[in-house]
Design a protein around this ligand. Structure first.
Ligand SMILES: Nc1ncnc2c1ncn2[C@@H]1O[C@H](COP(=O)(O)OP(=O)(O)OP(=O)(O)O)[C@@H](O)[C@H]1O
Length: 256
């Protein structure tokens, strides 16, 4: 089962000479029950791909799917509901609500949707993220790593079909980052969830089951069972092919 996918995805930003093709015909599926990392050089289109696949942004052409639902066919309200009920998000900057407690932050999406909370599942999650003694605290009373663990619990609380994480360790020291990555890995391998993570860090990507590589808005490679060394080597190959003028083309400008 493919939890999320894009087909022939094209995304352009800007107009005229300044028009940039951030996604240039990407087709990729993210399998259910797997942890996939999206890697690539800066500006290669990683965040754009994630945002379009997750329904946070729309494609210029092509289609994006969550399960069997094509996102382009949905109106604004349906898209909001889909994001709230079927997708979870973890961002680099945690995005917790400062006035709410940890417990309230974790169940906020279900409270907003009025769908009710699966108490047993949420209690199990709180156990896994290790924040049982912090439930009445506000985010400002937690470390960055703890805040991100709350964000991971919030993303998983509604049992979404897929969790998208955009550089989830970008604001964390390596030890807290490692904890968050292990948590995402456990969500997939012990709890049967699906995670798609954008990262530029080979060590983070090594936690995934599979890495997909973007360059200049195109899907250029995939790697199963990654290690940090293998991912780093693959990334270095991008750099050397750029240096020698071979391999991936420079970012394509669209002048029409
Ligand atoms: N809102 C926007 N308006 C104009 N151009 C944009 C916009 N968002 C992204 N781009 C351009 O699209 C391309 C892809 O950007 P994107 O952020 O998806 O890349 P990325 O691989 O996530 O980069 P990074 O690793 O640096 O975050 C870049 O050339 C970027 O400048």
């Amino acid at each position: 089962m493919t939890a999320a996918r894009v087909v022939d995805a094209v995304k352009t930003y800007g107009t005229g000479d300044a028009r940039v093709r951030a996604l240039d015909g990407v087709t990729v599926g993210f399998p259910g029950g797997r942890f996939t990392a999206i890697m690539g050089p800066s500006g290669s289109g990683k965040s754009t791909l994630m945002h379009c696949a997750a329904g946070l942004d729309t494609l210029t052409s092509g289609t994006a799917w969550i399960g069997d639902t094509e996102l382009g066919a949905l109106g604004d309200r349906q898209l909001t509901l889909l994001r709230r009920q079927r997708v979870g998000f973890v961002f680099q900057s945690f995005n917790l609500l400062p006035t709410l407690t940890v417990a309230e932050n974790i169940t906020l999406p279900q409270d907003l949707a009025g769908t009710g909370t699966d108490r047993e599942w949420v209690d199990a999650l709180i156990d896994v993220v290790g924040l049982g003694d912090r439930l009445r605290h506000r985010p400002s009373e937690l470390s960055g790593g703890q805040q991100q663990r709350v964000a991971v619990a919030r993303a998983l609380a509604g049992r979404p079909e897929v969790v998208f994480a955009d550089e989830p360790t970008g604001n964390l020291d390596s030890r807290s980052g490692e904890e968050v990555l292990r948590l995402l890995g456990r969500a997939v391998h012990d709890m049967g969830r699906t995670v798609v993570m954008v990262t530029h860090d080979p060590v983070a990507a090594a936690h995934a089951d599979e890495v997909v590589f973007l360059a200049d808005g195109r899907l250029v490679d995939t790697m199963a069972d990654p290690t940090a060394e293998k991912v780093l080597d693959r990334m270095k190959a991008f750099d050397s092919s750029r240096d020698t003028g071979r391999g991936t083309a420079p970012r394509q400008r669209v002048t029409s």
